[in-house]
Design a protein around this ligand. Structure first.
Ligand SMILES: C[S@@+](CC[C@H](N)C(=O)[O-])C[C@H]1O[C@@H](n2cnc3c(N)ncnc32)[C@H](O)[C@@H]1O
Length: 229
């Protein structure tokens, strides 16, 4: 299996507000604000790449069901301890990855299809095969909110500063999606060219648009083809 920094404590440094640059902190606020606007007509949020469930309260306080999904067993174990008083039929955590949607998605299918599938904080940037994830997502009925870093030169600089402050000294590579920052412990994170990412969704007949979040980030928002049928 490919090593992941999220299997180690050091990976969690990336989630700590103390390591955020002001731009990263603003990005986190902006993606939550966008999620808040979208939630009104939905009943469940499935957060893919949920970490230790930082967004659980935001969702539950609005009266919606929450399912947090993350490939890191240790984050999910900790999340289940931190949020133990909230767990129940309307609130749960699952160990699962964007790369293996079919393995865990049946476990959330009991929730009504007015679901939001939220991939926060550049989680898509961590996946190895973006094309395969966009493809797999297309078969699940949901409104998608996929929030990512953009590929601007200024964004790359601030990402590198943010990764460094979390202990990840990265080097950059180009990929078809944008600029990939590669670092120790198997760290790999892509900042996305908006048009190229949007095209991958259009190609699969999603009804989506790109929404600017801050100067460093945007979100792909809309419905999967499985919802439109
Ligand atoms: C929020 S993301 C991104 C962190 C950082 N902001 C960046 O730019 O790369 C990190 C979270 O996504 C999760 N994650 C990593 N790879 C994933 C995958 N293939 N599917 C779902 N979640 C994943 C990690 O376990 C972690 O909790």
């Amino acid at each position: 299996m490919t090593p992941s920094p999220y299997d180690e404590d050091i990976g969690y440094q990336l989630f700590l507000p103390t390591t955020f640059t002001p731009e990263v902190a603003t990005y986190r606020c902006a993606e939550r604000r966008l999620l808040g606007h979208i939630l009104t007509s939905h009943s469940t949020v499935v957060e893919l790449g949920c970490g230790k469930g930082e967004n659980l309260l935001f969702v539950r306080e609005r009266g919606l069901a929450y399912v947090g999904v993350d490939p890191s067993q240790s984050y999910i174990r900790e999340a289940e301890v931190i949020w133990r008083n909230w767990l129940g039929a309307s609130c749960s955590f699952i160990v699962g990855s964007a790369d293996s949607l079919a393995d865990w998605e049946p476990r959330v299918s009991s929730h009504p299809p007015e679901r939001v599938l939220f991939m926060p904080f550049n989680c898509l940037g961590n996946v190895a095969d973006v094309e395969a994830v966009v493809d797999a997502l297309s078969r699940t009925p949901a409104t998608v909110v996929v929030s990512v870093f953009n590929d601007a030169a200024a964004t790359l600089l601030l990402r590198q500063r943010y990764y460094l402050s979390a202990g990840f000294d990265t080097v950059e590579r180009r990929s078809k999606w944008g600029t990939v920052c590669v670092g120790p412990y198997g760290f790999r994170s892509t900042g996305f060219d908006e048009k190229i990412l949007l095209d991958a969704f259009y190609k699969r007949k999603y009804k989506v648009r790109a929404v600017p979040l801050t100067p460093v980030a945007f979100a792909i928002v809309g419905r999967t083809p499985a919802t439109l049928r």
